[in-house]
Write a protein that binds this ligand. Structure first.
Ligand code: SAM
Ligand code: DTB
Ligand code: SF4
Length: 323
């Protein structure tokens, strides 16, 4: 693969705006071209996402079905047993996943027995030969180091939205809290997974600002999940309008052009997309999806494994062994 485009960390807002606003097919064509310079266009990384601790979260994220303060009907579940997590990871590997992400509905990690159990899970899942990722909320430096020592490959911590829109969505923590955790992850030598959500009532300029923050990090995140809001009844954003999929395509294509090396993940929102809409996202440079044998992402529906397998076959895509 040739590497004609270079990696830049000095994008300015006007440049990003110009890319984002290009005529759609021109934008997709350019993103697809960049994609081919850095990645195998026939490969998609399938990541299994597992909620290891569900619901009852003290935070007030307006989109989230797991926040204790909203009546969403989600059943609170304590931290899973290590053995159960490891057997799900084994099955995930057997079904073609090369990355396994464990998510907990925590505001932050606390240094207690639950964290010790997560560290053991990390070690055992890593031993299976999977890229192991966690998303557990805020981390201190020493917690990031412990995760690294346990064998953690990547940590997911999203910006969620732009700095300017952030406090309309979450008030129980700040944008700087997010950035601090990301610094701790980077400093511990863990691969960074960081993206956001669109469809939260933000403006186009908010989306561009979020892409600006991501693409100007001293090192780009190795992984950029692009989520469309999965609307959950009972949350403040439960009645939002469905996001126009072309916005997803623009977001993915712009992320691909700004951060050519990153894995761009078509994350939440696939349940409401047709095969054709998803195919457009892959054309625009998305090269990963999340899946789970339960048919749920965390607490919202997600396409079944068979359905994804069929879509990949129709599009001639193969599962990437490892990124
Ligand atoms: N509690 C931890 C945290 O918030 O960092 C980790 C788990 S949380 C579910 C991980 C990410 O999932 C959030 O930062 C958000 O970007 C995304 N997310 C959560 N609910 C979502 C929804 N309903 N639609 C789209 N993305 C969502
Ligand atoms: C990410 O950016 N998307 C995934 C993963 N990281 C943890 C989570 C999406 C959650 C979707 C809504 C739900 O099922 O709760
Ligand atoms: Fe809690 Fe994470 Fe949901 Fe926010 S997104 S309410 S921190 S589980």
């Amino acid at each position: 693969m040739q590497t004609a485009t270079s990696i830049r960390n000095d994008w300015n807002i006007e440049e990003i705006e110009a890319i984002y606003n290009r005529p759609l097919l021109e934008l997709v064509y350019e993103a697809a071209s960049v994609h081919r310079q850095w990645h195998d266009p026939e490969a998609i990384q399938v990541c299994t996402l597992l909620s290891i601790k569900t619901g009852g979260c003290p935070e007030d994220c307006a989109y989230c079905g797991q926040a204790a303060r909203y009546q969403t009907g989600v059943t609170v579940k304590a931290l899973m047993k290590k053995e159960d997590v490891v057997s799900i990871a084994q099955r995930a590997k057997a079904s073609g996943s090369s990355r396994f992400c464990m998510a907990a509905a925590w505001r932050e990690v606390k240094d207690n027995r639950d964290f010790d159990r997560v560290l053991e899970m990390v070690t055992e899942v890593a031993r299976l030969g999977l890229e192991v990722c966690c998303t557990l909320g805020m981390l201190t430096e020493s917690q990031a180091e412990k995760l690294k020592a346990a064998g953690l490959y990547a940590y997911n911590h999203n910006l969620d939205s732009s700095d300017t829109h952030y406090d309309k969505i979450i008030t129980t923590r700040t944008y700087d809290d997010r950035l601090n955790t990301l610094d701790h992850v980077r400093d511990a030598g863990i691969s960074v997974c960081c993206g956001g959500i669109i469809g939260l009532g933000e403006t186009k300029s908010d989306r561009i600002r979020m892409l600006h923050t991501l693409s100007n990090m001293p090192e780009h995140p190795e992984s950029v999940p692009v989520n469309a809001l999965a609307r959950v009844k009972g949350t403040p954003l439960g009645d939002m309008d469905r996001l126009d999929s072309w916005e997803m395509v623009r977001m993915i294509a712009t992320a691909r052009i700004l951060m050519p090396k990153a894995m761009v993940r078509l994350s939440a929102g696939r349940m409401e997309m047709s095969d054709q809409e998803q195919a457009f996202c892959f054309m625009a440079g998305a090269n990963s999806i999340f899946t789970n044998e339960s048919g749920e992402l965390l607490v919202t529906p997600n396409p079944a494994l068979d359905q994804d397998r069929e879509l990949m076959q129709v599009l001639g895509l193969k599962a990437l062994e490892k990124a």
